[in-house]
Design a protein. Structure first.
Length: 365
């Protein structure tokens, strides 16, 4: 036996011994244990558990937005004169309601009144001259050019009188709309310019409700959308209607500004107050919904467990609108189905259940 044959026999013997050792010490499935595990799993599946459930019926479901906002006036203006001069009279009482066109304050117009009287006196003379010129023209005692000149002079004087009257009107400060006038910032005898602020006039009926919503709602709140709101310190719900929205999303806050009108007929609310806004974006009057805890998601598939003949049965569903407590079901369920809402993570298909049926509107509490 040569050297190479000897080493070959030794190698074969080594491989055989290694195989025997692995077979002796490697872990083997314990058939009894596997059998016990299968029995336990079967027992677990067959174990009856107590669950709560709801019987489905059609219901109303809505999606709401809850945001904060503020009340702003329908109209507001800082009042000032259109000309300069000494204030001779202030006719309003601070904090009072005033009507559109009401005289609020007056600047000295004595020089203008004198000029107006002078020109009105000249007007009488001009009218008499024109009358005589017309009579002479009919008798051909005066030229047509002379008559036309008299007409032009009269028209120019009338225009000058209208100009003086307009200047006098600028010395009067009148309310541009009806509202509440604020605290005055000038006194009688003070010299006012066009930049002098006399007071602030605010229209509070109606009021505007201004608030911002997340950008995902941009374009979903058309004019006419109804909302309710409560003022800070006053829990009385009030109703308003959206009338306008901003033309773009604020890039800093990623929000979208919306305004609604509130009649404020009793004038109890004032601009500047903080409000809480409750707005319904979508509403379904007759739909099927289940409590959110009833839904089990596995591998991207949504399902619920129904109770049928005392056993749990998994059913795949398609979801729609989701609120804080309820989820709309578009496909997979029908009115009258008994949906299990507790213990869903422990349930297996075909498992026995003892059901305690509760009302759907309290199931999510």
């Amino acid at each position: 036996m040569n050297k190479y044959t000897k080493w070959g026999i030794i190698a074969v013997i080594g491989v055989i011994l290694s195989a025997l050792a692995y077979n002796a010490f490697a872990p083997h499935e314990n058939k009894d244990m596997a059998k016990d595990d299968k029995s336990a799993a079967k027992g677990k599946q067959s174990k009856t558990i107590n669950v709560r459930a709801v019987v489905l019926s059609e219901q109303s479901l809505s999606d709401g937005i809850f945001v904060s906002g503020s009340l702003i006036p329908d109209e507001e203006v800082n009042l000032s004169f259109e000309t300069s001069g000494k204030i001779t009279n202030i006719y309003f009482r601070e904090g009072a309601n005033v009507s559109q066109g009401q005289l609020l304050a007056k600047i000295n117009d004595a020089p203008l009144q004198a000029e107006l009287r002078k020109k009105q006196a000249q007007l009488k003379l001009m009218q008499d001259r024109l009358y005589r010129a017309k009579a002479l023209l009919e008798k051909e005692a005066v030229s047509k050019e002379a008559f036309q000149e008299a007409e032009a002079n009269l028209s120019a004087l009338k225009a000058e009188i209208d100009g003086v009257k307009a200047q006098i009107a600028q010395t009067e400060l009148r309310a541009p709309f009806s509202g509440i006038i604020g605290l005055r910032k000038v006194s009688t005898g003070a010299y006012a310019t066009t930049a002098t602020e006399v007071a602030t006039l605010t229209k509070i009926a109606p009021l505007k409700v201004e608030f911002s919503v997340p950008e995902r709602y941009a374009g979903t709140l058309p004019p006419g959308t109804e909302l309710t709101f409560t003022a800070e310190g006053d829990l009385t719900p009030r109703h308003a209607s959206v009338y306008a929205s901003d033309s773009h999303v604020d890039t800093d806050t990623r929000t979208y500004t919306v305004r609604a009108l509130y009649a404020n007929s009793d004038r109890k609310l004032m601009p500047g107050r903080y409000v809480n806004v409750n707005l319904t974006t979508r509403k379904y009057d007759r739909t099927i919904a289940v409590p959110s805890e009833a839904i089990v998601s596995e591998m991207g598939i949504d399902k619920v467990f129904l109770c049928r003949n005392g056993k749990a049965e998994a059913v795949e569903i398609s979801k729609g609108l989701r609120t804080d407590a309820q989820v709309q079901v578009l496909r997979g369920l029908s009115v009258g189905d008994t949906v299990i809402i507790s213990g869903t993570m422990q349930l297996r298909n075909g498992q026995g259940v003892v059901v305690n049926v509760v009302k759907n509107n309290t199931a999510h509490k």
